[in-house]
Design a protein around this ligand. Structure first.
Ligand SMILES: *Cc1c(COP(=O)(O)O)cnc(C)c1O
Length: 491
């Protein structure tokens, strides 16, 4: 399968690339993204075939159907990383919480958030390719809190790879920060910046596109890649669990093959939702993909009204920080899929130059065929956490709670909602919700409190964080990032 560019070709970069080229060098012409030229298509027989498959068997078949230029052996080894999840035989448990609400838990990997679903196997594939080519790579990651830990964890001590991870200082939870600043691999650099996630992500995109930075890397014989969901290597793994969750419902007799379900996705950079959209196009029986946001509800405006308008917006800090994003990168891949590269470039140019774009009425209708959206305030998030804990004995994190509102709007349809993080990553908010107070708890205090009230266990990987030495204590201004990264590469 070949990959093409969302904003068309600039005459310099190749018009089409292979999967391995697209993941090693994810920046396409005009600042665009790589997308598959076509998608595999599955019919009912695919679902029948996989009724008894393990997660890994299903994943292998889906990856193979993309006809990627990766050896079977390597794919299999990459998928073996799901053995690191809590239950290797069931890495993505799907829980029935109410009659029409199934929660698919994507957070049972080593860093306790859904980023591990893709980054564990992706990191293995990328570093194996680098080693095969005997080429050194710098992986840049901008994080709102979960991509960072998952990227560091997957690339730690890998040959031929160095990682520079940029996070917004004060924009993550304590646990998320500790997961990054206590990582001790020699090939890792963690940098806090003064600013928010959008600042971190723009700094990353600037570096990816900077000729000067590129030249300096060339001198050192280092190539540049990225682990954010701009990299298609993440998206491909994020199509799989949508099929898995649906198959789980069939296996338990909750639905029959062909019955339509909604996928409810707590969204930020839109990578998870994009995986759902591609799954739908590949033949998964999805009615709508419901995009859940927090008060940074730019995606709600886009999907309800066709406007992407950053002009009067400032990023708000919410209790679901992994979704505190206004520039949602993967929307571009949907625009391309629906409207082609010429229109996508026009819209993205408008966003860059005017901080704004608007879809036509017909275009909006086209988007609404597949998507619906709504957002949840911090107060509502706390309400849902409390309500579901008390009435359903289900403990969820603040990101997952944003999905509940959309479920309530579609209670008479079957809904698969995604749980994107474990409660342990955002314990102070969860404790505030359970107790109905607004006290400022430390993460550690909140964790131990919830463990008692909730009769739940804190996993060792979280507990340990509080006793590890801090390795990375650098916090700098945005314009110092390049200098710091170059310094790190010279070490
Ligand atoms: C990354 C993340 C999200 C947003 O996912 P996208 O694919 O960026 O839309 C939601 N919740 C949590 C906990 C996350 O880590």
């Amino acid at each position: 399968m070949r990959f093409i560019e969302t904003r068309g070709n600039d005459g310099i970069k190749p018009k089409e690339v292979t999967f391995s080229e697209a993941i090693l060098n994810p920046g396409a012409s005009f600042g665009g993204l790589y997308v598959p030229k076509e998608l595999p298509k599955f019919d009912e027989s695919f679902f029948n075939k996989h009724l008894d498959s393990s997660y890994k068997e299903l994943a292998f078949d889906i990856l193979k159907s993309f006809k990627i230029d990766i050896d079977d052996e390597l794919i299999k080894k990459a998928l073996n990383l799901y053995d690191r999840f809590d239950n290797p035989n069931d890495p993505v448990p799907v829980k029935k919480v109410e009659e029409n609400l199934y929660i698919s838990e994507l957070y049972h990997g080593p860093t306790r958030a859904f980023k591990d679903m893709a980054l564990q196997p992706f990191g293995y594939i990328l570093s194996s390719l680098a080693k095969q080519q005997n080429q050194n790579y710098l992986i840049l990651a901008a994080t709102s809190g979960d991509t960072g830990p998952a990227t560091l964890e997957t690339f730690k001590n890998k040959e031929n790879i160095k990682v520079a991870c940029i996070y917004p200082d004060g924009g993550t939870s304590d646990v998320q920060r500790l997961q990054m600043v206590t990582e001790d691999g020699k090939n890792l650099k963690v940098i806090g910046i003064v600013g928010d996630f959008d600042d971190a992500q723009s700094a990353l995109k600037n570096l990816l596109n900077s000729k000067k930075f590129q030249e300096k890397l060339n001198e050192k014989d280092i190539k540049l890649s990225a682990s954010n969901s701009v990299n298609f290597g993440r998206i491909i793994f994020q199509t799989i669990y949508h099929f898995h969750s649906y198959l789980e419902l069939i296996r338990r007799g909750e639905i029959e093959i062909g019955d339509e379900v909604n996928l409810i996705v707590p969204s930020g950079n839109f990578g998870n939702a994009l995986g759902g959209y591609y799954a739908k196009k590949m033949g998964l029986f999805v009615k709508k993909i419901l995009i859940a946001s927090n008060e940074n509800n730019i995606l709600t405006d886009l999907i309800k009204y066709g406007r992407y308008d950053l002009r009067d917006r400032k990023l708000k800090k919410t209790t679901s920080p992994a979704m505190d994003i206004l520039k949602s990168s993967n929307v571009e891949r949907v625009l391309f899929d629906k409207f082609g590269s010429k229109r996508t470039k026009e819209l993205m140019d408008s966003l860059n130059e005017k901080n704004f774009y608007e879809l036509s009425k017909e275009e909006l209708k086209e988007i609404q065929k597949d998507f619906d959206a709504d957002f949840t305030t911090d107060e509502e998030i706390k309400k849902y956490i409390k309500e579901f804990f008390e009435n359903r004995n289900y403990l969820m994190d603040p990101h997952t709670a944003t999905a509940i509102k959309l479920y309530e709007e579609k209670k008479d349809e079957k809904n698969i909602a995604y749980s994107t993080a474990e409660w342990t990553k955002f314990a102070p908010t969860v404790l505030n919700a359970l107790k109905g107070d607004n006290k400022k708890y430390s993460d550690l205090e909140a964790l131990t409190n919830i463990e008692k009230i909730g009769n739940v266990k804190i996993p060792l990987v979280i507990e340990e964080l509080f006793n590890k030495p801090i390795i990375h204590d650098l916090v700098i201004e945005k314009d110092e990032i390049e200098k710091e990264i170059l310094k790190f590469l010279d070490k």
